[in-house]
Structure formats: structure tokens, C-alpha cells
Design a protein around this ligand. Sequence first.
Ligand SMILES: C[C@@](CO)(OP(=O)(O)O)[C@H](O)COP(=O)(O)OP(=O)(O)OC[C@H]1O[C@@H](n2ccc(N)nc2=O)[C@H](O)[C@@H]1O
Ligand SMILES: Nc1ncnc2c1ncn2[C@@H]1O[C@H](COP(=O)(O)OP(=O)(O)O)[C@@H](O)[C@H]1O
Length: 290
Amino acid sequence: MAHSKFHHFPSPAKLNLFLHIVGRRANGYHELETVFQFLDYGDDIAICVTEDSEITLLTPIAGVNNDDNLIVKAAKLLQKETQIPLGAEIKLNKKLPMGGGLGGGSSNAATVLIALNLLWQTKLTYQQLAELGLTLGADVPIFILGSAAFAQGIGEQLTPVTPKEYIYLVTKPDCSISTQAVFTAKELTRDTAKLNLNISSIDQLIEQSHNDCQPLVIKHYPEVANLLAWLVEYAPSQMTGTGACIFSRFESEQEARRVADLLPQSVQSFVAKGVNQSSLHRYLASVELN
Ligand SMILES: C[C@@](CO)(OP(=O)(O)O)[C@H](O)COP(=O)(O)OP(=O)(O)OC[C@H]1O[C@@H](n2ccc(N)nc2=O)[C@H](O)[C@@H]1O
Ligand SMILES: Nc1ncnc2c1ncn2[C@@H]1O[C@H](COP(=O)(O)OP(=O)(O)O)[C@@H](O)[C@H]1O
């Protein structure tokens, strides 16, 4: 493998098609039940292996120190775990809104773990990468698995499911919401009954489910409440994760784009398809690295 070459890897977004909070652990973390599905839209990460042990992020994110960037953290974690003497130069083309419940940071970390495990030939299993990744963020394991899944625990107990692949208009209200602030809020309901999963009727289950964070967020963020009220006039719409992004469901791309065109100019949005295989895994299956 030539070491001067940049290899490109997709780093897709996820949606939480619903998000139930079913309990709270002694350490403060919340027990969730959610269905993760990927979007065929996301960031691009380019990686070049180096002979020294430096991990260099050539494209810093404004407002995030490189040492706090999940990309750098993931690379260093794999390096430490495997004692590999190689390093990497990494470039990130960020397209996903940050802190919006689309899991971009966790996805970036998962892409780096999988890509460097290949490029450095460190040969950890996906199970080992998921365990490593979980120490960086609750959503990293789903991006390592790469299949849509029903998740329990803090998001690490994953059962693959295949919900219908709709087209989504994803919008970002003009506010940012801290995951921690949502989870520490007193009014958050934490007692939704656990589901009896029947994977053959997953679409029906999704239809009857909700996001427990949404009422709290709507109450405190008029930007989310107003945008959601506008969107539900056009399509079934719900918040993903702890917010603030909203996904609106359509049968066709044309319909989704028609509504996107009607959005106020100030609202950031994109149209993408919900997919049950992550674009990273689809890409890995289709290419041979050289
Ligand atoms: C709830 C989800 C659903 O996908 O929301 P989004 O972040 O995507 O909106 C995620 O699991 C979030 O995952 P992630 O954003 O990686 O969370 P972490 O960095 O691990 O945790 C951020 C903070 O949220 C709280 N936290 C997180 C996950 C969880 N199950 N219970 C919690 O109480 C903890 O206080 C933690 O300090
Ligand atoms: N590579 C990264 N991409 C995005 N966010 C990152 C990254 N590294 C660290 N972060 C931090 O993680 C926070 C959460 O980002 P993100 O994963 O996009 O949102 P969410 O968890 O709401 O889906 C960001 O606000 C940022 O401070």
C-alpha cells in the first residue's frame, strides 16, 4: 500500500426513527429504546497513512480543538489499543450539521476506527471496534455495525431491523441543543414502557412510537416548536435524537424537494434517503483498498 495516498471513506448520518427513554442508570446515563436508520448523506473523511506516529487533522472544525475532535480521539485510541507505530493525516469534509442529533461526531469516530483498522492492518474485529468506540460516544457502535437496528441499553445492544426506506427532508432549526442539558432536565420523562420487539412489524412499531425528548425541547426552544408545527402540515415529522434536527417523511424525492423549496431561507436543510445499510459499509463492500 502506497503511504502517500489519501483514501476516502463515507461517514453517514443516522436518524432515531423513535426514541423512548425507559429508565436511568446509577451513573446518570439513560436506558433507551430506539431504531437507528442511516441516511445516504454525510461527511467524507480522507486518510493518508504516515510512517511516524503523529495523528494530524488537516481540516480543524471551528470551535472544536483538534485534541477534542472525535476523529483524533478515535485514531489515538486505536493507536494506543494496538500499539501500532504508524500515524495518519486526516481530512474531513463536514456536511452534517453538528449537535443536531444526526450523530455526525460518532459517525466520524466510527469511520476512522474502521478505516484505520484496515489501513494500519491492525485487524481488530467489529465487536472490538464497537467496544472501543463506545468509550467515545453512545452512538459509535451503531455506525460500526452499519445496519439499521433496534437499540437498547445506552444504544449498544443492537438488533438489526429493516424498516421501510423512505425519503426524508431533514431540517435544522436555528438553535443548538446540548445532549447533556436534555438528559439532565428534571421534566424529561424516563418511564416509557419497554417494547416487545417484533421485527416483522417494525414499521407498525415505528408508526406508534415517539421521541421522549421532543416535548421538553419544544417547550424550551420555540425555533423547534415553530418549525415542527410548519412541517407537520406537509408530512409526518419528528425530532431525531436529543434534537434539534427534524426529519419529515416522504414517499418521493420530488415531494420532499417541493417542501424544501417552501422552507424559509434561514432554515438549513437537505433531502436524503433512509437506508438500512450504512454508506460506509456499502462502500467497503464494493471496493478493494489499494
Ligand atoms: C441520545 C442520542 C440518541 O442517538 O442522542 P444524540 O446525541 O444523537 O442527539 C445518543 O445516544 C447520545 O449519544 P452521544 O451524543 O454519543 O452521547 P454521549 O457523548 O455518550 O453523552 C453525552 C451526555 O448525554 C448523557 N447521556 C447520553 C446517552 C445516554 N444514553 N444517556 C445519557 O444520559 C450523558 O450525560 C452524557 O454525558
Ligand atoms: N468530528 C466531529 N464532528 C462533529 N462534532 C464533533 C466532532 N468531534 C467532536 N465533536 C463535538 O461533538 C458535538 C456533538 O456533535 P454531533 O455528533 O454532530 O451531534 P449529535 O451528538 O447531536 O448527533 C459537537 O457539538 C462537537 O462539539
